[in-house]
Structure formats: C-alpha cells, structure tokens
Design a binder for this molecule. Structure first.
Ligand SMILES: [Zn+2]
Length: 535
C-alpha cells in the first residue's frame, strides 16, 4: 500500500492556489487516490465529488467506508494552499520537497531552528506540506488502512479554506445528503490541520476542541460635502472615520475572554475615503473595516453594539472639535459664515437602515435588484468581496438620502462563528480516556486538550449553537443574497463536535513551510485509527 509520505508528495506536486480553478486539479487527484483503494473500486457509489454552487467548480471530495452501526466519524481537511511567490528564486521548486530542501540548504539562514530542520530527515519542506496536504495524506492513509468495523468513516476534502471557506460551507449540503442516504449519525469530526507541537521535545499532541470566530464590520461614514477651502461649511467623513479607527484599533473594549483564553484586540483591515477622483471637496463618504475575533463567550452582535457606541462617541468628538474651532475663529472675527448646527445621529446597522428605507421608499425593491446586478459586475471585474461590500453599503446609504453626519454599520465576508465542543455537551475527558491508554502503550503518543485553536478554521462551519444571532450577523452582510451565504440553520441541525488533530508543522504560509514526517506517516494515522476503533 502507498505510504502516507508518498500520498503527501503526490498531493503537494499538484498546485492548488486558494481561490483559483487550480484547486480543481488537486480535487481530481484526491479522488484518483481514493479510487486506488480496493474498497472504493468495489463500491464506486461510496465516493465522489460533490458539487453544489461553487463558482469555480471546486467540489467536496468524499469517500465513505461503511460500518455495521450508524455511528460516523468524519475525517477532513482542505486541499487549497496559499501562493508560492514568496519562494522567490526557488518558486519553481516549491512543490518538489527534495529539490527544495537541497537548494534551501545552500542558502545561509540566521534561523537556528530552520537550519537544524534542514539537516533533519524528519522534516519535509514545500508549499502545502504542513497546511495541509500532510494532514490530508494522513487522513487518506488512515481511511485506506481502516479494515472496517462498527463505525462509518467518512473522509472529506474541501476547497478554499485559506480564502473564504467556500468548501466547508458547500460541505454542509453534502453532510445532510449523506446522512439521509446512508442513515449516518455524525458523532465526531477530526480536521487534520497541522499543530505547533515540538516533536523534538516530545511535546504531547494537542487537540483543539473549539475555534475562535471572526467578524469584519464595516463602518460607512457620511459627512457633509463642502469646498475644501470652506472646511467649516461641511464635516469631513475622513475625520470621523479616523476618530472611529483611533477608538477601535487595539481597544481592550472589544476583547473576548473565555476562561484563561482571550482574543487579541481589533485591527483596521481597510480604511479609505470613497472619492473616485481628485477635486477640491471634502470626502463625503469614508469607510473602515475592522478585523474582530471572538470566543463562544461573546455574542458577535454584542461587538456590533460596542462598535455603535464608539461611533457615537467619535462623531461627538468631531462635532465638539468643529464647534471649538468655529467659536475661536468667530470670536477673533476671522469668520463671516454662520455656524452649522450638527446633531449626533443614532448609528444604524445595515439591517435597520434597510427596513426603514423599505417603509419609506417603494422603489427600494427595484433599486436592490439593480444593486444586485452592479455588485455581480463589480465582482467579475475583479473587485474583492470587501470592496464590493463597501460599494454596496455606500449605494444604499446614498439611496436612503440620510442627513449627515451619519454612520451605518454593515458586515463584510468572511464570517466565522466561534465554536466549542463544550457547548455541544461533548465530553472531552471521556474521549481522552477512550483513546489515550492504547495510544500511549502501543505508540508512545500522549494527547492534551486545547480549548481553542489559535486561528480560524473550517471548524467554524461544523456547529452553531445560536443560529439566531448568526442569522442576525448575516442580515447585516453588505452584499445581495446569493453571493456569500452561510446555511446556519443547516449547520445547527448537524452540530458535529469537531477536533483539530494534525501533524506538527512550522512556518506555515511562508517559504520555510515544513511538516514533521513521522506524524504524517505514523502518529496521526494511529490516532485516527484508534478513534475509529473506540468511537
Ligand atoms: Zn490550513
């Protein structure tokens, strides 16, 4: 039988840059590897490439080894990788682990760890080795090695994890289909993403049983237009935006804390005025988007409420500054114009704005249809989903014709819910006691639980304990429906406890990306096989 190392090399050799049609090639390769297995040659209807509505035609590849019970284990991973440009002159070797490692040895490096790993046969270099074709290979190898038993083993491989997780969202439909078709009872999902364990120090295997969520709110500011030489005749949207940024970036008010785990404070992801050409006017519109992460202890809509308060405070600060400067200049006789009386508006969410416009303007429905077409055009012309979201929000605010100063808060993709197996009533102590003794005795493998993964993963689309709140976030998505949808009702119906267990990896997304071979070849498959035996 093909080794996991061989499978990994075959997967790495097929370039699969995220968010491109190249991903389709590696999906085909995975299906080919599945069909090499005798079981799937005999049961061709138990594997396939599931297609829903992916614009790039990227399928969810799946394969099911049936058991004698309904209990089902899903083992899963993503098949896309980040780009290879960062390899510079070695780019053409990025998918060829052996040549790459030899060439890298010739370059000098100040990174001690990297130097040691280049001399160590246990580390395999190349794009996708750690993130995550090594993990996928381990899962495929475990599937092929599994002789069958009580449990059903469902292998899935998805696209686009490094981009917008379109694959994991598409897989929701597949899981529902297979559940109905084969009467599957999904008990656990293991995603074989790499981990940061130090195998040299004999660190135990971490298994993450939860993952942080992420929301990307957009603040759209409408100021009052004026000639820039008559700056007190208007109110600059760029100044309000700057004030909002100053109050949000690095603010501890947005931290989410669960036990001894905390998120990092927010960061500005995008900040710009929305003038398309230069002229001597104050920018009427400006927009900023913020990266905010959260744990299951925080309702994402609560972050939006906190953002609202910051926006109100920011407008107040800008108006106070305007008034102060105006009064000072007026008192010195330096102004002939009248003072503008600004009022602090209540900030609105996109959902609130939409429903108020819908009541006032009958033409809104028709306008939204035009907007849907324009958004699709913008996207096909190469705008990012985030840029298209800003444009969408601006057009709605323009149509609503609200009095400045005004702030409207929407949300741009991607959105990841925070998940935790604890919230699903999953018993990690019992899980550990069922697999640990054999793993320790037979293979010297120790496992240790981490309550949250360090970054967002596809795990976010395996369960949802508060679909109403998630739906409220989606109601504020600044895009027409059909462009970025997440079936939270469907996800909440599955609510599959999910773990991240994968090989040790280092420097993922960088040119020194590497994976620990003994984990790919032996340790991760042994862990998966032990779970299959005991689930
Ligand atoms: Zn990954």
């Amino acid at each position: 039988m093909k080794s996991a190392s061989q499978i990994m090399r075959e997967l790495v050799a097929v370039q699969s840059d995220t968010g491109t049609t190249l991903e389709v090639n590696v999906a085909a390769k995975i299906l080919e590897l599945i069909k090499e297995d005798e079981y799937f040659r005999a049961n061709p209807d138990l594997c396939g490439a599931y297609q829903d509505d992916d614009a790039l035609g990227r399928p969810v590849v799946w394969a099911l080894k049936r058991g004698s019970s309904a209990r089902t284990l899903i083992i899963s991973g993503h098949y896309d990788c980040v780009e290879t440009q960062c390899y510079g002159p070695l780019q053409e070797y990025a998918l060829n682990p052996d040549s790459l490692k030899n060439l890298m040895k010739e370059n000098s490096t100040t990174d001690e760890q990297l130097r040691r790993d280049l001399e160590d046969d246990n580390w395999v270099f190349g794009r996708g080795t750690a993130d995550m074709k090594g993990g996928l290979a381990a899962a495929l190898f475990a599937l092929r090695s599994w002789p069958g038993g009580e449990v059903n083993v469902l292998f899935t491989a998805v696209s686009d994890e490094e981009n917008l997780s379109a694959g994991a969202r598409q897989a929701v439909g597949l899981y529902a289909d297979l559940k109905n078709r084969f009467g599957l009872d999904y008990r656990l999902c293991v995603i074989c993403e790499s981990c940061r364990r130090n195998p040299e120090k004999d660190d135990p295997f971490p298994f993450a049983s939860g993952g942080p969520g992420k929301i990307l709110p957009i603040v759209l500011v409408k100021g009052e237009l004026a000639h820039s030489c008559d700056v007190l005749g208007g109110l600059n949207s760029a100044l309000i935006m700057a004030e909002v940024i100053k109050n949000v970036e690095l603010s501890p008010d947005f931290l989410s804390v669960d036990g001894d785990v905390s998120t990092q404070p927010p960061a500005t992801q995008l900040a710009r005025d929305l003038k398309e050409h230069y002229d001597v006017s104050l920018p009427q519109y400006s927009a900023a988007a913020f990266n905010m992460t959260f744990l299951t202890s925080t309702d994402p809509m609560d972050l939006i409420s906190r953002l609202r308060k910051v926006c109100v405070r920011s407008i107040e600060t800008v108006i106070a500054r305007y008034n102060q400067v105006f009064d000072t200049m007026k008192n010195r006789g330096l102004l002939s114009r009248e003072k503008k009386a600004w009022t602090v508006p209540p900030t609105m969410t996109l959902e609130e704005l939409r429903s108020s416009v819908l009541q006032k303007k009958a033409a809104f429905k028709e306008f939204e249809e035009h907007l849907r077409r324009r958004t699709a055009q913008r996207l096909s012309a190469g705008q990012t989903l985030q840029e298209a979201s800003v444009a969408y929000l601006k057009e709605i605010v323009e149509f609503a014709d609200i009095t400045p100063p005004a702030v409207v808060i929407g949300v741009a993709p991607p959105y990841y819910g925070a998940v935790s197996n604890d919230r699903l009533g999953w018993d990690s102590a019992q899980f550990l006691s069922s697999i640990q003794p054999n793993l320790q005795r037979l293979h010297g493998i120790r496992m240790v639980e981490a309550s949250y993964a360090t970054a967002m993963t596809d795990m976010s689309y395996m369960s949802c304990v508060d679909p109403q709140s998630a739906q409220q976030v989606m109601n504020n998505m600044a895009l027409p429906s059909g462009i970025y949808d997440i079936d939270f009702a469907g996800i909440a119906e599955m609510n599959i406890p999910t773990l991240l267990i994968g090989p040790a990896g280092r420097d993922i997304h960088q040119a020194a990306e590497r994976v620990y071979l003994p984990d790919v070849e032996r340790n991760v498959p042994e862990i998966l096989l032990e779970i299959m035996k005991t689930l």
